[in-house]
Design a protein around this ligand. Structure first.
Ligand SMILES: Nc1nc2c(ncn2[C@@H]2O[C@H](COP(=O)(O)OP(=O)(O)OP(=O)(O)O)[C@@H](O)[C@H]2O)c(=O)[nH]1
Length: 487
């Protein structure tokens, strides 16, 4: 801290001071031998404080079925740590509010401090290893440096209060140190100003984060522009704890619920009751909008994935297609015949294969040129497609050879298809650019699995269709032959 400022603070007779009961409580907190009875006795010196502790022990904040009838019981029920922290919170808030007003808005200061403390309590309750009273007190006193600063440099305090800067932290820690405040609370307050750069124990770092986030939540409850503050709260929860909208919504809801009890205990209106409902509705709406935004982002990601999948599908399909005719290629045929053969086995359903080879195709190339030969292959492909079902696998096996797999088709039907194909080809000559008609014929072989014959594997089925196609070739071409055991 700046030496001049420190001198001024030391010389200032009007700094906030620690009430006697609170000072005694701190003394006891430092003494490991102190008992609950000692604490209870110290608190009883301040009747207002004792009453407050009784009230809080019986409040829904510490909901118990049994009524707490005396201070000893209250101290026992709250536990040592909680009693000390609550005693300090009450004493300090009461004495601070009596402070003379300087350049700073004290009402705003205490509202913000108590709202933050309430939020810190809620957050700590959701974090393992963070005592709620530690979080409550550290958060409530986080900006106490502003009160001290206000005594020596009123303008500076007011400016920092407006800007919510962290310059007051050092002064606050200095003041609390003068009061012999426990070191872990001083550390939490100091560290809450630089949460991106923490390095103590996990519990201490989490306490600092509770304090920092509680301030952002207090700003949210007090702000006119809730959206901006909600964004900060969410960003903090995500950045430091990877927590989502749902968690933030739960915390805000729990804070709103605790506010009336804290208001009653500290006799201070933190939030206008009517605006509280509105605030929560707005918060929920904002959460919803953000969820919707998230949903939109997810949806656009999904759309992106769908596009990618379609692209990949198209690319895969392209890789499986014959460039000239657009029919399935040999690679695809090899894969699909395996799958369809297995399927035929499982379902005990027939499947047929037609092996088709164009006749004297070399002559077409030789007479009409390679270009016309290509057109003839495309022409044949179209005729094959026109005469088969959409789910038949019509493929170019190579050169002027074609294979058609027809799942679920028995031998009789496959024979009809083969007949139709061979005759359609014969009857549909290719019209060349020169106006010439080129007749194309083919020889085909038909084999069927799971009907009249069972094959051991798809290769056997293909071989059979190929064999009878050669029979068709050698027996005069422009015909088809059906595989039977006698061949
Ligand atoms: N234009 C063109 N011709 C091709 C293509 N692929 C193979 N061929 C031709 O197809 C012809 C096949 O000739 P062959 O194997 O002797 O058979 P064929 O002339 O049809 O006689 P058969 O099968 O015995 O009736 C060859 O001349 C190949 O060059 C292609 O993509 N485009």
């Amino acid at each position: 801290m700046d030496k001049g400022l420190q001198r001024k603070l030391k010389a200032c007779s009007d700094l906030p001071s620690l009430p006697a009961a609170a000072a005694r409580v701190i003394e006891l907190a430092e003494n490991p031998a102190a008992s609950m009875a000692d604490i209870s006795q110290a608190v009883s010196l301040d009747p207002a404080l004792a009453t407050k502790l009784m009230r809080i022990a019986n409040s829904p904040l510490y909901a118990r079925s049994r009524q707490i009838g005396n201070l000893d019981m209250a101290v026992m029920m709250l536990g040592l740590n909680a009693t000390i922290m609550l005693a300090l919170s009450f004493s300090l808030s009461a004495s601070m509010r009596r402070s003379r007003e300087g350049g700073m808005d004290y009402s705003l200061f205490w509202r913000r401090s108590l709202l933050a403390a309430t939020a810190a309590r809620v957050i700590a309750g959701k974090r393992p290893d963070v005592p709620v009273e530690d979080a409550f007190l550290a958060s409530m006193l986080r900006d106490i440096g502003l009160v001290a600063l206000d005594k020596v440099q009123p303008g500076a305090a007011a400016a920092q209060q407006d800007g919510h800067e962290n310059g007051q932290l050092e002064i606050g820690v200095w003041l609390l140190d003068q009061w012999h405040f426990p070191l872990h609370l001083l550390n939490a307050i100091q560290d809450s100003g630089h949460c991106d750069d923490l390095g103590r124990s996990a519990a201490e770092d989490d306490l600092a984060r509770c304090v920092a986030l509680s301030r952002l939540i207090a700003d949210f409850f007090m702000a006119h522009d809730m959206g901006e503050h909600l964004g900060k709260v969410r960003a903090f929860a995500t950045r430091h704890w990877s927590l989502d909208n749902v968690w933030v919504g739960e915390v805000l809801g729990a804070v709103a619920k605790e506010v009336p009890q804290i208001e009653e205990l500290f006799e201070l209106d933190l939030i206008d009751v009517q605006s509280l409902d509105g605030l929560m509705t707005q918060a929920k709406e904002l959460m919803m909008v953000r969820s919707l935004h998230t949903a939109q982002v997810l949806e656009s990601n999904r759309e992106e994935s769908r596009k990618m999948a379609r692209k990949a599908q198209l690319l895969e399909e392209k890789a499986n297609r014959d460039h000239l005719t657009g029919l399935w290629n040999r690679a695809y045929l090899d894969t699909s015949i395996k799958t369809l053969f297995e399927q035929s086995e499982t379902d005990r359903q027939p499947m047929s294969v037609i092996f088709l080879d164009l006749d004297h195709f070399k002559q077409i190339n030789d007479r009409h040129g390679h270009q016309t030969g290509d057109e003839a292959l495309e022409h044949v492909a179209q005729i094959l497609l026109d005469n088969t079902r959409s789910y038949d696998v019509v493929s170019r096996y190579g050169g002027e050879e074609f294979v058609i797999i027809m799942p679920g088709m028995d031998c009789d039907l496959a024979t009809r298809v083969a007949n139709r194909l061979v005759s359609s080809l014969r009857k549909s000559p290719l019209a060349t650019d020169s106006g010439e008609k080129v007749t194309i014929t083919a020889s085909a072989g038909v084999a069927t699995h799971n009907d009249k014959h069972d094959f051991d594997n798809p290769e056997g089925l293909m071989r059979a269709a190929d064999q009878v196609m050669y029979v068709a070739k050698t027996s005069g071409r422009n015909r088809f032959v059906v595989y039977s055991k006698c061949i």
